[in-house]
Design a protein around this ligand. Structure first.
Ligand SMILES: C[S@@+](CC[C@H](N)C(=O)[O-])C[C@H]1O[C@@H](n2cnc3c(N)ncnc32)[C@H](O)[C@@H]1O
Length: 205
């Protein structure tokens, strides 16, 4: 699927996406992952949510770290971005918006934190995408990554999205080659997220 086709497909999915994420438990799952005391942020307020969708991951981040966060929402789908912006506005956060692919984003400053949930599944070269993320974060900054894992649930989701799934060893390997040190892994405790996805926290070296 081309990038333009994927973006149009996400535009069409955007109106129902937020409710679906909530109903299936991904909102709470992201909150649990980010709130886990072992994964507390080392500091800095500049945050980039890559492939933000309707903003579930950034919203969970803001719920934990408060309204002083400077959040940039990045997504090639304008319909997703518009909804993500509205989600964060409810918390009183004025976001910056980047309507583009990660590889086309040229920020003026480095970020302290990268959030990326279910994005590398859509790229041809995940190591290159993780390296693009690494270029945009300060040394010592962190990446909170959520990635699809092999499971029959993902086979069903694949019929619609043609996304990829990654074994944890593959994610570890890609992170290492992209200039990240894996700090922790996180198993979602229940519901669909426990079957479809796995969390990773990595430090920029
Ligand atoms: C599966 S959705 C995940 C959305 C959100 N992170 C969530 O967990 O609800 C994938 C999102 O990544 C975006 N995306 C796909 N390829 C991308 C790329 N190369 N750079 C940035 N975003 C991308 C899509 O437009 C879509 O909104």
């Amino acid at each position: 699927m081309s990038t333009a086709e994927l973006s149009q497909k996400y535009d069409r999915a955007a109106p129902a996406w937020g409710d679906k994420m909530r109903l299936l438990g991904y909102h709470d799952a992201y909150l649990g992952f980010l709130a886990d005391s072992a994964f507390r942020s080392p500091g800095g307020t500049r945050v980039l949510d890559i492939g933000c969708g309707t903003g579930a991951f950034a919203d969970a981040w803001a719920a934990i770290h408060g309204p002083e966060q400077e959040i940039t929402l990045l997504d090639p789908s304008p319909e997703m971005l518009r909804r993500a912006d509205a989600t964060l506005a409810k918390r009183g956060i004025n976001t910056s918006r980047a309507e583009c692919l990660l590889e086309d984003h040229a920020p003026g400053q480095l970020y302290d934190t990268m959030l990326a949930a279910h994005v590398i599944e859509h790229v041809d070269d995940p190591a290159a995408t993780l390296a693009e993320m690494r270029k945009r974060v300060s040394p010592g900054g962190r990446l909170w990554l959520v990635v699809s894992k092999p499971h029959w649930c993902n086979a069903i989701i694949w019929l619609q999205w043609r996304h990829r799934s990654f074994r944890p060893e593959a994610v570890r390997n890609h992170l290492e080659h992209a200039g990240w040190t894996l700090e922790r892994e996180y198993a979602f405790p229940s519901g669909p997220p426990s079957r479809t996805s796995r969390g990773y926290v990595a430090i920029a070296i």
